[in-house]
Design a protein around this ligand. Sequence first.
Ligand SMILES: Nc1ncnc2c1ncn2[C@@H]1O[C@H](COP(=O)(O)OP(=O)(O)OP(=O)(O)O)[C@@H](O)[C@H]1O
Ligand SMILES: [Mg+2]
Length: 331
Amino acid sequence: MASAKLLRQLVKTGAEGNHEAFKRVSEQLIKEERTKNHHLLANDLEKVLYGRRNSVPSMHSVLNDRLPKDKERNLQLLEIKEPVRRIEDVVLSDDNASLIEEVLQEHHRVENLRSYGLRPADRLLFCGPPGCGKTLTAEVLASELGLPLAIIRIDSVVSSLLGETAANLRQVFDFISTIPMVVLFDEFDALAKERSDDSEHGELKRVVNAFLQMLDAYEGKSILVAATNHERMLDSAIWRRFDEVMIFESPNLEQLRRLLSVKLRGLRREFEIEDARIVGLFKGLSHADVERVLRRAAKDMVLSGKDFLSERHLESAIRREDARKSRTQRN
Ligand SMILES: Nc1ncnc2c1ncn2[C@@H]1O[C@H](COP(=O)(O)OP(=O)(O)OP(=O)(O)O)[C@@H](O)[C@H]1O
Ligand SMILES: [Mg+2]
């Protein structure tokens, strides 16, 4: 149950008709329920408070009916996903966590900003190696704002016909200006990389420039997120187009500890996550690698008829991850 102090404040602000304070106290109460792991109650309270999340699934099916397609090959250029994971499901560096918090604040209070002629940050660049949370963070932004997540399929956008790629991009930008969404251009530098001929560099520049021009001209209400693994994309012409740039990296020890507690939520175990030795086992792995190892360890536990996850399960799953890495590096 929520603390008596919060409940008292809630009733008081409600009775006084103080909407701002009522919202603030309600948000504190939801946060408190979340820290107690009462996620269902917290989600439910959020629906009551913001009253918007229900609209995502229905919006999602409406949108799916009118998705743009590549004319030449009849391929869908983007997919719409219903975002599920929430802010507490992603482990971010302190810098990235405050950036995301700021972006969310700006979008929650967009009318305030607009009344001063300001616009919220809506062009974000996510950079970093695979499996460190770029796609997940885009999903989290969408779910926290109650918006659908659109993922642009770069392989479909890139056409064998030169002019068609730009036309496909145009169609995508027209579509995303009709309705507010979080739009993820995943591996956007691959817009031209697919053409592996000698002119790759010039081609990369040309299509990426077309993309950047459309990005500059975009005036819709969606949040545009471009994600890339390639640091070489980070020249000043690219940086200045984005309101915020977030660098994603493999987790440090403190982030690993948080990641373990997120991913092992609800699983009984024989070890303490705070134990430095346990965290140390995962050093050097990406977030997605850690998740894979834990999934393997949990399966091992279930199949060996145990009720508690042990250090031995973790060690054996890590050995298998190492073997997998050396196999894939050999190929
Ligand atoms: N920072 C994180 N916190 C929690 N889980 C994470 C994080 N990063 C990755 N994961 C887990 O790994 C999965 C894959 O990560 P994700 O797709 O977000 O990586 P990515 O950075 O987009 O990689 P890629 O460059 O290959 O697209 C996620 O769905 C999530 O379950
Ligand atoms: Mg990704």
